[in-house]
Design a protein around this ligand. Structure first.
Ligand code: SF4
Length: 361
């Protein structure tokens, strides 16, 4: 399960291999599923049936997410915020960890720098994308400043040994202790809402990309080990597909040519869409005759993930592309203009969000 090769993953195979269940099996249990759920972008889960039940009974539950402040937030990361918004509207209480201990241990980023990145790259955009981080039902914290979290991580570490960590994460003898310890802090992030001190609902959902599943499996195992002592219950999880980068590989913060960053200007976002890889044919004549390949098209993916809410409009793009009626030039121009519009809305909201984000930490 390699996060850097994730776009070429055979998701069905991974689902079978690691015991993740198909999300489509629980889709009918959800009254108003999120678009990402309906469109199969959220493709897998562990125990989501329990969350669906809680939501249908209008009971409270906890939602945990985390951000490692090490780079820029791009449109792929937006998917998490979209899901958080959906859970919040459906009764979820949010716990949002800023993983500055992880960025220090894994990337050597100083704590004050990580705080700045978290505010300017992540929190500001979380707010601009619609999350009211000042709401009492949303808890945002820096790992390094959270004493309850650090005490919990220490307690949890008593029941994990080096062999297990090496088997899961491939750590070697030369791995420094901070790097070894940080996954336990992440486990503590996920179980923190269930702690006596926080007292949030014990039923917990963690929406993640597939590369985070090792953390989920470790957390579920540790929750069972502390079932008697700390009354933990195993958290549920969902898994989403990764958005393809503009050049066709993985979208990555460390490769600017592959990504549209949330802090890009609307004009730059528009321009980046126009330079993206399509599923078009070699020539115009060929495309008119054979049709395009929306399933291999970055532009189409942008519409599916972020820009086109209406399913019948989306189907029309798909069908018109396949039949050769829609050509890439027109399709790109339409998508670029939609992206620009989305970024204009984000930019306006971001201006007001900076002060709020600063005050949060
Ligand atoms: Fe992609 Fe649109 Fe071209 Fe089809 S017409 S391949 S969806 S850009």
């Amino acid at each position: 399960m390699d996060p850097w090769g994730a776009t070429s993953l055979d998701y069905d195979k991974v689902v079978n291999q690691f015991g993740i269940k198909q999300f489509s099996d629980v889709l009918n249990n959800i009254k108003n599923p999120h678009l990402l759920m309906k469109r199969g972008i959220i493709f897998g889960h562990r125990d989501f049936d329990k969350i669906a039940k809680i939501i249908s009974e209008k009971k409270e539950f906890s939602v945990v997410t985390g951000m490692m402040p090490s780079g820029k937030m791009h449109i792929g990361h937006k998917m998490i915020v979209d899901q958080l918004n959906w859970y919040f509207k459906n009764g979820g209480k949010l716990s949002i960890a800023i993983a500055d201990m992880e960025s220090y241990a894994a990337r050597g980023i100083p704590f004050d720098e990580a705080r700045e990145i978290a505010i300017n790259e992540y929190l500001v955009n979380y707010i601009a994308l619609g999350l009211d981080l000042t709401n009492d039902n949303i808890n945002v914290y820096l790992q390094s400043k959270n004493e309850i979290l650090k005490d919990l991580a220490f307690t949890l570490s008593k029941k994990v040994n080096f062999s297990e960590m090496r088997a899961i994460y491939g750590f070697e003898n030369g791995t420094n202790i901070a790097h070894l310890y940080v996954p336990i802090v992440q486990v503590a992030d996920i179980l923190l809402p269930q702690s006596e001190e926080l007292g949030m609902p014990k039923t917990t959902i963690v929406p993640v990309g597939l590369d985070q599943d090792p953390h989920i499996r470790l957390t579920r195992d540790i929750a069972i080990r502390f079932k008697e002592e700390l009354k933990f219950v195993t958290p549920a999880s969902t898994y989403h597909r990764f958005i393809t980068g503009l050049t066709g590989g993985k979208m990555s913060s460390s490769k600017p040519k592959t990504a549209i960053f949330l802090n890009d200007s609307p004009e730059l976002a528009e321009k980046k869409v126009k330079t993206s890889k399509t599923g078009g044919r070699e020539s115009l004549d060929e495309q008119k005759k054979l049709g395009g390949c929306p399933d291999k098209c970055v532009i189409y993916e942008m519409l599916v993930y972020h820009l086109m809410d209406n399913d019948s409009d989306l189907k029309k793009v798909y069908d018109d592309c396949k039949s050769g009626i829609l050509l890439c030039g027109d399709c790109k121009a339409m998508t670029a203009s939609m992206m620009k519009e989305m970024f204009e809305k984000i930019a306006i909201k971001r201006d007001n969000a900076i002060e709020i984000a600063n005050n949060l930490l």
